[in-house]
Design a protein around this ligand. Structure first.
Ligand code: SF4
Length: 230
């Protein structure tokens, strides 16, 4: 049985360097989506279980239909769901967005999360954790992309790639891989590494097939050997 050992930071660094050379996502890292972190939180909820294009279409429809978050909060779940239908899972997402808007308003007396910019990271994390429908990945996205705080969101692509690379155990949940990645990757590289690993998972290390022959990490990845042992 293969015993799991955490990879060294040097190994991770060398792989991240090669991923950056290959995918160059460090040149286009996300900044805040807008100066209102609540926009980023709603955008991240819309991104659950869909691609960036559908997420953006749903968010644009939301912004076009409602002038303010206050107007959106006054809408019914059905109306909201109809507006964001292009984003998929619209009934669930509409309910989540309404819950978020209500919680933000009841906590801050306003439909804004700008106050979070002055908070300690752990306090922000706790506030978001107590918000219904907001999970670890969404929290990490808002922290990293909208508030510029150190957090490493792990989606399905990053979970798959890091497991295949042997950086994470096969049984680890994305939330556990997030903690691991926050230890292994220097915080100033979180944004770039997150984007490069996702791109790698979409283009080469896909769920359907791993194109290992073309992979720049092949010499440091145990996955092809494991495949051949099967
Ligand atoms: S060598 Fe294969 S399994 Fe390993 S990261 Fe590259 S594509 Fe994925």
């Amino acid at each position: 049985m293969r015993v799991f050992t955490k990879p060294s930071m040097n190994l991770v660094k060398s792989c991240l360097d090669d991923l950056e050379k290959t995918w160059k996502q460090g040149e286009t890292v996300h900044g805040p989506y807008s100066d209102e972190p609540l926009d980023g939180l709603v955008l991240t909820i819309l991104s659950q279980n869909t691609n960036d294009r559908n997420r953006d279409r749903a968010f644009a429809a939301l912004k076009a239909h409602f002038n303010t978050w206050e107007e959106a909060a006054a809408a019914s779940a059905q109306e909201l769901s109809d507006v964001i239908r292009s984003g998929g899972l619209s009934n669930i997402k509409a309910r989540r967005i309404l819950e978020v808007l209500n919680r933000v308003h009841s906590h801050f007396g306003d439909f804004s999360l700008k106050t979070l910019r002055g908070w300690e990271t752990e306090d922000i994390r706790r506030f978001l954790e107590d918000t219904p429908g907001v999970g670890a990945k969404t929290i990490a996205c808002v922290l990293l992309f909208d508030l510029g705080r150190p957090a490493f969101p792990v989606d399905t692509h990053i979970a798959r790639v890091t497991r295949r690379l042997g950086w994470a155990e096969a049984s680890m949940a994305p939330e556990e891989i997030q903690i691991l990645m926050e230890e292994l990757v220097p915080p100033e590289r979180y944004n770039e590494a997150h984007l490069n690993l996702i791109t790698h998972g979409r283009r080469l290390c896909t769920s359907r097939k791993a194109f290992c022959v073309e992979c720049p990490l092949r010499d440091r990845c145990p996955y092809p050997e494991r495949e051949s042992e099967d």
